[in-house]
Every structure is written in structure tokens, then in C-alpha cells.
Design a protein around this ligand. Structure first.
Ligand SMILES: [Zn+2]
Length: 268
């Protein structure tokens, strides 16, 4: 369990406690309670029980929400968990697809276990067609790491390219996002596909990948490109680095989203 001091410092609660007007001013409690997000602790983050202060349950929740927000992971992906990864979707296609899905799942579990012990080393690269479960695996890993207090950044590549281009055009300093992507302990690059790359965006991607490889910071990539295609779109120096810094897994099945849709339709 986290030390109380750390939780307090992280949320600046020591100051809040010391300066809280409720400590000195006698106010109507009921009326005051309406102004608090958490009536249990009146936003102080602590509850008193027999003269001992305990962190309020709202603190853990708040911390988690902040973490997810700064990780930029979309709400739709927050519920992804490895234990929900359904191998049944791969059984019908063929034996090879099932066993490669199992390998990808095992590698994801292993990645998390290893990372929690030693936060440096190889990342993962999931290739496969649309709807084959790549993003699900990547998001599950991200969520699991965040639940274990690890810092993650989840970037959808087309959005990243848009943001970099917008920053470039408007002279905004794109360095912040770029720097975060370079240095964040775990980076997820989702949907590294056949987008409109320019030399400029290609160079930016290269600088992210190259930095992370040199610093042994793990990156998790999902792509529907083959390595040859990747070389065409990103260039050989980026592709060769990606291959060096990743364990590569292929996922293949009928589009899982389409299949879930069909199942829903049949039940109607
Ligand atoms: Zn509370």
C-alpha cells in the first residue's frame, strides 16, 4: 500500500488541510456539504476515524482518472483487459490463427510482468488486419500498467500526425507532445498504418522511435502494414529500428467487430 504521506503530497492535501477554513470557521455543515465533490471527506482526501486519518476512497479514484486522462486513452478502450481477450474468436478461422493469437496474448502478459519488475527493454509490435484484436491487446496492456501506477501514453498515429502538422502550421511548439512521446516510460502507437506521411512527419516519428530505442524505453505498436509496406511508408531506418526494439506478433481472423455485430443481429 502507498504511504499516506506520498498520497498527501501528490494531491497537495497537506496545504489544503492546513488552510481549510472548516478547521477554524464554524459553518453550517449541511450547506457546506453541497459544495463538495466528495461529501465523505469534504474534498480533503482524508477521513478521520478514532483520531486517525485515512485516505478517502475518492482519492484513489481521482488519481486513476487523472492518470487515464494524461495517458490520452479513449473511454471506449478503458475497459479492455487481457482476461477479457476472447480466444474463441480465433478458433473458427484456423489452427494457425488461434495459436498466433495465444502467442500474442501470452507475450502481452509476459510484457506486463517483466515491465513491473524491470521497466526497460523490448516492446511489442502487433500486426494484422482491421478488427483482429491488436488495439484491444495494446489498450489492455496500457490499462493494466496504469492500474499498477505506471505511466503510459496512448497515441493514435493518425491523430498524432494531425497534431504535429497543426502545430507545424501554426508555429505552436510541437516539442511538448514530441518530447513526451520520446520520454514517456511506455508509449503505445496505435494504428501505424497507410497514412499520409510527409518527410517532416516521417522525421518526427523517426526521432521518437530512435530516442526510445537508444534509451531502451518500450514501445507497443499496432499496425495493419506488413514490414515491407512499413518500409515504403516510414522508410527503412525507422522500420529497422522498430524491428530491433520489438517482439513481433501477427493476429489474423475474420474482423472481430464485424463478427460481434453479426452475433448481435442473429439474436434479434
Ligand atoms: Zn473523499
Amino acid at each position: 500500500m502507498k504511504s499516506l504521506k506520498k498520497i498527501l503530497e501528490g494531491n497537495n492535501l497537506i496545504n489544503k488541510l492546513n488552510n481549510n477554513p472548516l478547521n477554524t470557521i464554524n459553518t453550517d455543515r449541511m450547506e457546506q456539504n453541497e459544495h463538495y465533490l466528495c461529501p465523505m471527506c469534504q474534498d480533503r482526501g482524508l477521513v478521520l476515524e478514532n483520531d486517525t486519518a485515512y485516505p478517502c476512497t475518492c482519492m484513489q479514484q481521482k488519481k486513476l482518472e487523472n492518470q487515464f486522462r494524461s495517458a490520452r486513452i479513449s473511454k471506449a478502450l478503458l475497459t479492455c483487459r487481457l482476461e477479457k481477450f476472447d480466444l474463441n474468436y480465433y478458433i473458427s478461422s484456423n489452427e494457425a490463427n488461434l495459436s498466433s493469437a495465444k502467442r500474442a496474448l501470452d507475450a502481452s502478459k509476459l510484457f506486463i510482468n517483466n515491465y513491473l519488475k524491470q521497466p526497460y527493454g523490448l516492446g511489442l509490435l502487433f500486426t494484422g488486419p482491421v478488427g483482429s484484436g491488436k488495439t484491444f491487446l495494446a489498450a489492455s496492456i496500457a490499462n493494466e500498467l496504469m492500474l499498477n501506477d505506471r505511466q503510459v501514453l496512448f497515441l493514435v498515429v493518425p491523430d498524432l500526425l494531425d497534431e504535429l502538422r497543426a502545430a507545424y502550421k501554426s508555429d505552436i511548439n510541437e516539442f511538448d507532445l514530441l518530447d513526451t512521446a520520446r520520454t514517456v516510460p511506455v508509449l503505445i502507437l496505435d494504428d501505424l498504418g497507410a497514412h499520409n506521411y510527409t518527410d517532416w512527419t516521417r522525421n518526427r516519428l523517426y526521432s521518437i522511435i530512435n530516442y526510445r530505442m537508444n534509451e531502451l524505453l518500450p514501445t507497443i505498436i499496432t499496425t495493419n502494414l506488413s514490414l515491407d509496406e512499413m518500409e515504403d511508408y516510414l522508410g527503412s531506418r525507422t522500420t529497422s529500428r522498430l524491428v530491433q526494439m520489438s517482439r513481433i506478433f501477427r493476429l489474423n481472423t475474420e474482423d472481430i467487430r464485424l463478427r460481434k455485430y453479426k452475433e448481435r443481429e442473429q439474436k434479434k
